[in-house]
Design a protein. Structure first.
Lengths: 822, 150
């Protein structure tokens, strides 16, 4: 994005803001005590001021600044808004608008810096007697208001030229909104041009303007011409100049209202539903042409859905562009030198998410400069360059967007964090001693935690790291911090690409379906009826389940939602389905009647009648056209008291519980590999467990593959990648035996690719110390370890993938030569 | 000629109600309702109105009338409110009637309770009274209703 793009964006945004300001100020005048409206007005002016300072429009900044000062005092309740102040503020809005027009046409913010207006605004900051009382009516309206009035006059152009402008725009295909603020910046005032060219006198123009206002429909230039006060050719030249002025936005992009996009999204959702129904019908009717059409429809609908989703995407650079200014201000404020670098500005995110992360990111950036980067002298002493570096990085990874904010400052002081947390009573000294470094670092996200040596004007703004965490989690993301003492810190924010469509697990409870966002899902546990009786234990009437040796509190969805019991669909089946969920550092098991499937669902927010319900995050329309509610896992956890209102309690409880395990234990998925040998992979590498009937396995060359979630999933067999080379080819050639039972597949993700590892049998998930290690005995194995008193090989996933790739090439060659021999 | 306005009328427990025709989006037969646990009692659930999820408000409950007899299907009167469309569940749909402003009267002082804030007045028709419903108010949840659901 170059500077002129920034200026264009700034103009468009500011014009919108100014229009809103007009409305807000006027409604504020009617209800001067409305704090929300005042804050909003203040923010708008503040934004305009901030951006123009950044872009170097100093005169504009000056004007906005005095207005902001007045608004500050109004907001703080020191003054009340009276008509005079409103007039002055509106005068400022008009002045700003005028200057924006200058910028649009000339790139400069004009010659005038409105001294009278600024004086008036400054004078009005002095409290008037009784302040709310009416101000003296004798005060003359400030001069800029006159200027503004002139603007107004010209903005009431004769209807004819306005219509022409619109027509021209439409012909351009630019489709720009034809609001004044959009159209005006491109046009220099004709009156001004006439005067500039010496074709008319200023007072003639004024007369003309008055004529126009009285209802004269002629163009402004024509009035002096008609009255013989200006020559017609000169008027024409001026009009040509006016029309030739640059400043029109490029026609490649158009501005479309978000509500239009939302509507499109709804319609596409509807289309997808209709498509699903059509597919169902076409599967039952044996008609080749119908099937062909429905297939085509399927493809088009999918593509359309993707494209519509894309329209809602915005580059993250849109919010980053204000950070240079933020960094400059903060650095200046605390006497530091900081340079900012950005990588991956073009990374796109859904509009709603962009808006949601703006404030948390701003806070993190300020924090890095304020607390992370040291003073220049300190840096020099430590052998670092005087100026600190702040690096913003954004990239896609596994369907999520990662945003990193790194600095090369002092890093986080773990000892101080421990100390502070104990001092504040957030954790006990004993807990602090047992915590891992990572856990200690994450203490900074607790409410009521601040290690700032002194409260600076930057940090004392009432937005803490806990708010950052809460805001990011609200949109289904998470925050993590890493730090190397003396070398800097990195805060990593992971957020979903979009909120509009999310993967979710659909469950049934008391005959109703509910969707659970996949981000909260850890695992699923199914207990047989007889096992359930013993496996679910009670702690003073509270049900718990031992999940790998740890107590998992159980929450019954039917009880939490006060659903009628006994309406379960599968009554004869008394097994218990537990959905293990993560809510705010805490795990709990949600007991439901049935687990259906995972699905991509379109999220629709709940209306205001239901907004008070914290247990639901929204609703969605399912494949059969019925509505299902989406559970808000955090809300549900709070309702069932799994997560207390006071967050620190749960976190300290958790850290005590996991401190020991996290340090030296790892979680593995155990399975039987070749022969009856025991093998394992770290659970973190596993995406999913699946079972495929052998009939679904197809051959692609010599590679086993299967169709899985709309993709082709290569199936890697251990026999192929682990056996010695001479056995390999034989193993490879073997197609799946048609009568063998279903195959067990571990679905793994590696470097953005999915592949399935075919294993004999899945055994268990265990937590084991990984310190009793022995070196690997063959390629493809990371190391061997003793788990459950048996030697177990832990597989090296990247090596296996490499093996699988080279294996298939070899097999291809082998088969080719075999073919030749035949 | 006095000003006239058009009302879409419907019945609830044998009472005749009307909402201004221009606020009505459409009238449809009963749809599948997904109930919302813990929701205020007046919210009967969510319905899928051609891809749009609409909250269904049980007017009988809102107006503190007897619950609808089991098995009696409700009709949906979909009205636009400031927060998107809302479906009002009613017993039966009546005609569209045109009334003159002169036949309007404020509700009697003796009308009390939750009903008073929802009924803005009465049109005196020839043979019976038409109770005019404020749709915006009808869609708002009273605080007691919200609390009762929790």
């Amino acid at each position: 994005m170059n500077d002129s793009d920034i200026v264009q964006d700034f103009l468009a945004e500011s014009c919108e803001n100014l229009d809103r300001l007009d409305r807000e100020l006027v409604s504020l005048e009617k209800n001067p005590k409305d704090p929300a409206a005042l804050a909003s007005v203040f923010r708008t002016i503040h934004t305009v001021k901030g951006t123009c300072g950044f872009l170097g429009f100093n005169k504009l900044e000056k004007v906005a600044h005095v207005g902001e000062n007045l608004l500050t005092r109004l907001r703080d309740g020191q003054l009340t808004l009276n008509p005079e102040r409103t007039t002055a503020l509106l005068g400022m809005v008009d002045a700003v608008r005028q200057m924006l027009k200058e910028i649009a046409s000339s790139g400069q913010d004009g010659e005038v810096d409105y001294p009278e207006l600024r004086e008036t605004l400054t004078r009005l900051q002095t409290p008037v007697e009784g302040d709310a009382a009416r101000a003296a009516a004798t005060v003359a309206p400030p001069a800029p208001v006159e200027a503004a009035a002139t603007t107004k006059k010209e903005e009431i152009p004769a209807p004819e030229p306005a219509a022409q402008t619109r027509a021209v725009e439409a012909a351009d295909g630019s489709g720009k909104k034809s609001g004044d603020s959009q159209r005006e910046p491109a046009r220099v005032k004709i009156g001004g041009l006439l005067v500039e060219h010496g074709a008319a006198q200023a007072e003639d123009i004024d007369v003309g303007l008055q004529e126009q206002e009285k209802g004269d429909r002629r163009r402004l230039g024509e009035i002096p011409v008609a009255s013989g006060r200006a020559k017609q050719e000169e008027d024409l030249t001026a009009i040509q100049v006016q029309e030739a002025k640059p400043g029109d936005a490029p026609a490649e992009t158009i501005r479309v209202g978000v509500n239009v996009l939302d509507k499109l999204m709804i319609l596409v959702g509807e289309l997808v539903l209709a498509r699903n129904q059509l597919l169902q019908i076409s599967n039952t009717v044996e008609d080749a042409s119908l099937q062909a059409v429905s297939q085509r429809m399927n493809l088009i609908a999918t593509e359309l859905q993707e494209q519509v989703m894309k329209t809602r995407m915005q580059p993250i650079g849109n919010i980053w562009s204000q950070f240079p200014r933020t960094v400059r201000d903060v650095a200046l404020g605390c006497g530091k030198e900081v340079g900012i670098e950005m990588e991956g500005k073009e990374t796109e995110l859904d509009k709603t998410i962009i808006e949601a992360i703006k404030d948390p990111l701003t806070h993190l950036v300020r924090n890095s400069v304020d607390h992370g980067i040291e003073l220049p002298e300190v840096r020099v002493k430590a052998g670092k360059p005087r100026a600190g570096r702040l690096i913003l990085r954004a990239f896609h990874e596994g369907g999520q967007v990662n945003i990193e904010i790194s600095d090369d400052g002092a890093g986080l002081n773990r000892e101080r964090i421990r100390q502070k947390a104990v001092e504040r009573g957030l954790i006990t000294a004993e807990q602090a001693g047992r915590m891992t470094d990572r856990e200690v670092l994450n203490l900074i996200f607790l409410p009521g935690f601040s290690t700032a040596e002194k409260v600076t004007n930057v940090s004392g703004r009432g937005v803490g790291m806990d708010v950052v965490k809460t805001n990011v989690e609200r949109i289904g993301g998470n925050v993590d911090v890493q730090s190397v003492p003396g070398q800097g810190a990195t805060v990593r924010v992971k957020i979903p690409l979009t909120l509009a469509i999310i993967p979710a697990l659909v469950v049934t409870c008391s005959g109703e379906r509910y969707a659970i966002p996949q981000v909260n899902l850890l695992e699923l546990v199914r207990l047989d009826a007889e096992k359930a009786i013993t496996a679910i234990e009670m702690v003073h009437g509270v049900p718990v389940y031992r999940l790998r040796g740890r107590l998992l509190p159980l929450v019954y969805l039917s009880r939490e939602l006060r659903l009628a019991e006994g309406t379960r669909a599968g009554k004869n089946d008394d097994s218990v389905n537990i959905v293990v969920l993560q809510a705010d550092d805490r795990q709990f098991g949600l007991v439901v009647d049935e687990i259906n499937d995972t699905e991509e669902i379109v999220v629709k927010p709940l209306r205001k009648q239901l907004k008070t319900l914290k247990t639901f995050a929204g609703s969605s329309i399912m494949g059969d056209g019925k509505v299902a509610l989406i559970l808000d896992v955090l809300g549900l956890a709070q309702r069932s008291s799994v997560v207390g209102e006071a967050r620190e309690r749960t976190v300290s409880g958790k850290s005590a519980e996991t401190a020991e395990t996290a340090r030296d234990k790892q979680t593995f998925l155990l399975f039987a590999g070749l022969g009856d040998s025991r093998m394992a992979i770290p659970l973190s590498t596993l995406a999913r467990l699946e079972e495929f009937p052998i009939s679904q396995v197809e051959m692609s060359g010599s590679q086993w593959v299967t169709q899985y979630r709309g993709q082709i999933l290569p199936l890697v067999r251990l026999a192929v990648v682990l056996e010695e080379r001479r056995h390999r080819v034989r193993a490879l050639e073997a197609p799946p035996a048609p009568d063998s039972g279903p195959i067990q597949v571990l679905v793994l993700n590696h470097e953005g690719r999915s592949f399935g590892l075919v294993v004999e049998r899945i055994l268990d998930i265990v937590e084991a110390r990984a310190d009793v290690k022995a070196n690997a005995t063959r390629p493809g194995v990371l190391y061997t370890v003793v788990i459950g008193e048996r030697v177990t090989e832990v597989l090296d996933i990247p090596a296996i993938l490499r093996g699988a790739d080279s294996g298939s090439t070899q097999a291809g060659l082998a088969m080719k030569s075999a073919g030749v021999a035949n | 000629m006095a000003h006239t306005s058009q009302f879409c009328t419907f019945y609830l427990d044998k009472l005749l109600f009307g909402v201004e025709l221009k606020s009505v989006q459409e009238v449809i037969r009963s749809l599948d309702v997904t109930r919302v646990p813990l929701a205020p009692g007046v919210v009967s659930g969510l319905i899928n109105l051609r891809g749009q999820i609409v909250t269904a408000v049980d007017l009988r409950r809102r107006l503190e009338l007897e619950p609808r007899a089991a098995g009696l299907p409700a009709m949906n009167v979909v009205v636009g409110s400031e927060d998107g469309a809302v479906s009002l569940l009613v017993d039966e749909i009546g005609d569209v009637v045109e009334v003159e402003e002169t036949s309007f009267e404020r509700p009697p002082e003796t009308l009390r309770g939750a009903v008073r804030e929802v009924i803005t007045g009465v049109h005196k028709l020839n043979e019976r009274l038409l109770l005019v419903l404020d749709t915006e108010k009808a869609c708002q949840m009273t605080e007691e209703a919200v609390a009762a659901g929790q």
